[in-house]
Design a protein around this ligand. Structure first.
Ligand code: IMP
Length: 423
């Protein structure tokens, strides 16, 4: 797997953390290419559970270099806390490399994320309130502050004062908040600079050299395809490109170097935050998925909305990402359900759709058309071979594969590293 992308094929929370953790074992570099600390990756190693939001999962292996690439937005306080937590728990994060071009999440981004959501009221996105959207907004408005600016205090203060003058007007006049003080922010951030400096690098070059030497590089996406700013359910999306193309842009490599694109999808589906969700279940079955699947956000603790697998959306994700393989997670959660359903098409406003609808009005009115299959009772947690899965579970996976048109290479049957069926 010289250059493999791991991408979420749903609305995030597919279990990418455990997948990248598994693949990272054979990777020399693990590169996070977009998003920020809105992501939450849970990795279970023995009895230990690690929740990472910024540091790539590769940090858990001593032979792997974790890289935070240019497409990521970094809240330095959160990053340093995460580094501290890893050190305290005996994981060495010193190999971490951080792009000098990554943008910084500033205190006014966090503040704006909160007040904008409040202002939007019932139209709110349901963001994680970590300042992600406002930080990317500044990046594209070309008023962002980058990691490299931390190492030139005069430039840092200049940029901060210029941008804060505008932000303070917005905070005070539009959102009725107190202004923020540039001096205080500079004091706080310039202290972070000292600790970050040894890890900062031209990561695009680092990745290029690694690939040229034949090293294996794993590109780790955060969130998922349906949260992609360009290809997701806009405006209920995140502000970056989680889909596979984002790996090339965010890491600073050409798309031709990407050999494999592994899409991660849960055996059912979930979404956290607002927005359309055709197969959402607001009944006992949905509650059961939430309880058995432990469907509460790693970052915000919010209860996730759950529903049956949406194969219309999955086919869309296969196309948008050019997926080469699928990794189906949490199949074990569906044990004990009498019937398993999966949406193969939608009806909306009198029409039938087998393709993910382009128009939001259509998507909002979609009712799923399900294929129904017999479930299985057996506990799958000890299963390691595809042939040992109950026939009904095997049929379900084969049905997914057939509908998606992409082979399923792995199925996870529990949160532990080794609880994976490899085909
Ligand atoms: P933001 O990324 O905080 O701006 O939030 C935008 C939308 O993306 C909201 O619906 C969030 O709940 C969702 N979101 C952001 N990060 C994640 C994630 O890691 N998993 C699932 N949903 C996410």
């Amino acid at each position: 797997m010289p250059a493999t992308v791991v991408v979420g094929a749903q609305w995030g929370d597919e279990g990418k953390g455990r997948v990248t953790d598994l693949f990272a074992r054979d990777a020399d570099y693990v590169v996070r290419y977009q998003g920020g600390n809105n992501a939450g990756h849970t990795i279970v190693v023995g009895s230990e559970r690690f929740a990472l939001s910024l540091v790539p999962s590769g940090v858990m292996y001593t032979g792997t270099v974790p890289v935070i690439a240019s497409g990521v937005v970094i809240d330095p306080q959160v990053l340093l806390e995460e580094i501290g937590m890893l050190e305290e728990r005996g994981v060495d994060p010193s190999r971490l490399r951080i792009s000098a071009n990554a943008h910084l999440i500033m205190p006014y981004h966090r503040k704006l994320d909160t007040v904008i959501e409040r202002y939007l009221g019932r139209n709110r996105i349901g963001t994680t309130k970590r300042g992600i959207g406002p930080a990317y907004t500044d990046k594209y408005a070309r008023t962002g502050i980058r990691v490299q600016d931390l190492f030139d205090p005069a430039i840092f203060v200049d940029k901060l004062e210029a941008v804060l003058a505008e932000k303070n007007k917005i905070l005070t006049r539009v959102y009725n908040q107190l202004p923020m003080d540039a001096g205080r922010i500079a004091e706080e951030y310039l202290v972070y600079a000292e600790r970050l400096l040894p890890m900062v690098e031209e990561t695009s070059r680092l990745i290029w050299d690694a690939l040229a030497e034949g090293r294996t590089v794993l590109f780790e996406g955060a969130q998922g395809t349906l949260l992609d700013i360009d290809h997701g359910t806009y405006p209920f999306v995140t502000s970056s490109n989680p889909s596979a193309g984002g790996a090339a842009i965010g890491a600073g490599v050409g798309p031709k170097v990407l050999d494999r694109v592994v899409g991660v999808a849960k055996a059912y589906i979930s979404r956290v935050g607002s927005g359309p969700f055709p197969t959402e279940l607001s009944d006992e079955t949905g509650d059961r998925m939430i309880e058995i699947g432990g469907e509460y956000g790693t970052v915000t603790g919010r209860r996730r909305r759950c529903g049956w697998l949406d194969l219309v959306a999955l086919r869309y994700a296969c196309r948008v990402n050019s997926l080469t393989e699928l990794f189906i997670t949490k199949l074990d959660v569906l044990s004990g359900f009498d019937k398993i359903k999966a949406a193969t098409s939608y009806t909306s406003l009198g029409e039938t759709y087998t393709e993910f609808p382009r128009q939001q009005r259509v998507l909002y009115n979609c009712a799923p058309i399900y294929s129904e299959m017999t479930g299985w009772e057996e506990d799958l947690s000890e299963t390691r071979r595809f042939g040992d899965l109950p026939p009904a579970a095997r049929r379900y996976i084969e049905f997914i594969e057939d509908q998606a048109g992409v082979p399923v290479g792995w199925v996870s049957v529990g949160p532990e590293r080794e609880q994976v069926v490899t085909r």
